[in-house]
Design a protein around this ligand. Structure first.
Ligand SMILES: [Ca+2]
Ligand SMILES: [Ca+2]
Ligand SMILES: [Ca+2]
Ligand SMILES: [Ca+2]
Length: 399
């Protein structure tokens, strides 16, 4: 039924066309997206027809694709919007966008053409296919390194179409465009300032695409950058010199100190291990440092009488071979660990009862290897004995 109607219309159109009897034509220019019932034009007036003639001539509208965007109001002699007209759906990126329709009358047959120019309005914002793009970029990436970004689409045309992009913040990257053969632009993000994972390991940028409409519309996409670490920081000791005092009697495994170095890098690039680097003395025998936690312990036996201080050189290294060093100055303190010793140098086995007071009976020397108070000796002999004890600074002199 519908088919037959269409065929009749087509036949009618062809017969009219071949008679070359176009009685007039008119062009209207309207924006897309006008509401239903909006006035397109006073067609009767514009064609010089009486409104009554529209009715008596059974005026009809014919469109090439049978789409009924427009209706003829015979009472008003006006063309009205019947269905929403979306320029983007009708013409895509083609300009200008026009809709052609014919108006036919009977008794006598008359034929008019109407051209509707559909003007674009800015009813589409530029948009990206994806909400976000993610990049993993080494902090050692060179200035000028490029990263291709997704392009935006704007269905509108002309000024209402896509005009440009912005990328914010601009601290590390700026935008670069390359013209493509299809007339579009390739959008690239170019490194302009070095990344530093230690300062910022994550960057969030916003790529905005904007059109040239008024008011301007825009669309955004998030650009997330994970900054990958490289080993660009050496370990650093929290102190250059550590000072420790330890009793010479301290037991093996006594903790002297804990050294600590920090490395700003990540993972193995920032993993610090400690070692003692002394080679020419007995420090490596006397002391040990825990490779992982930097705890320095006594591993030998101290003797103040042999060594009063030590200088331990500790190195911190990361897995990439970057190092720092510190030293631990160890002062050994004396303890009273030596009894005084009496060494008889000469003695008389027998003594005459005629001996005069002051006769030397025996010479001995008293020694204590400890130092300070611990090394001071005091000598006494029993009371009520007929002997005196005299001190000489140097026993040799008294011989
Ligand atoms: Ca539009
Ligand atoms: Ca637009
Ligand atoms: Ca490091
Ligand atoms: Ca690093």
């Amino acid at each position: 039924m519908l088919d037959r109607t269409m065929r009749r219309q087509v036949l009618l159109f062809i017969s009219i066309f071949t008679l070359n009897s176009v009685f007039g034509q008119v062009t209207y220019s309207i924006p897309e997206e006008m509401s239903k019932g909006s006035l397109v034009g006073n067609i009767a007036q514009d064609l010089g027809l009486d409104v009554k003639r529209l009715k008596s001539g059974k005026a009809r509208i014919y469109t090439e694709d049978n789409a009924e965007y427009i209706e003829l109001n015979k009472d008003r002699g006006a063309l009205l919007v019947k269905e929403r007209i979306d320029r983007e759906a009708l013409c895509g990126q083609t300009t200008p966008c026009a809709l052609r329709l014919q108006i036919t009358l009977e008794d006598p047959i008359e034929f008019f053409t109407v051209t509707l120019e559909i003007n674009d309005i800015n009813d589409n914002a530029p948009s990206f296919k994806k909400d976000e793009m993610k990049f993993r970029i080494s902090e050692s990436a060179v200035i000028g390194a490029k990263f291709v970004l997704e392009r935006a689409m704007d269905l509108d045309v002309g000024m209402n179409g896509l005009r440009g992009y912005s990328l914010k913040p601009t601290d590390n990257f700026n935008l670069k465009f390359q013209n493509q053969q299809d007339g579009s632009k390739k959008v690239e993000m170019v490194l302009q300032k070095h990344l530093d994972r230690e300062a910022q390991d994550h960057l969030f940028l916003t790529l905005t695409a904007f059109d040239g409409g008024d008011p301007q519309l825009s669309g955004t996409m998030q650009v997330e950058i994970f900054v990958l670490d490289v080993n660009d920081n050496a370990p650093v000791f929290t102190q250059e010199v550590y000072k420790v005092t330890i009793m010479e009697t301290a037991m093996k495994d006594t903790i002297l100190s804990t050294v600590s170095a920090v490395d700003a890098d990540e993972g193995s690039n920032g993993k610090v291990s400690y070692s003692i680097t002394n080679t020419l003395d007995d420090v490596p025998v006397m002391f040990q440092v825990d490779e992982e936690n930097g705890v320095v312990v006594l591993s030998g036996t101290l003797d103040y009488e042999k060594a009063q201080h030590y200088e331990i050189h500790v190195q911190a290294s990361d897995d990439g071979g970057l190092t720092d060093s510190c030293k631990i100055i160890v002062e050994v303190t004396d303890t009273n660990d030596n009894p005084p010793s009496i060494n008889v140098m000469s003695k008389t086995n027998s003594i005459s009862e005629k001996s005069r007071p002051g006769t030397v009976v025996t010479i001995f020397n008293v020694q204590d290897p400890d130092s300070g108070e611990n090394g001071n000796v005091a000598c006494n002999i029993e009371e009520n004995m007929p002997f005196l004890m005299k001190t000489t600074d140097d026993a040799a002199d008294t011989e």
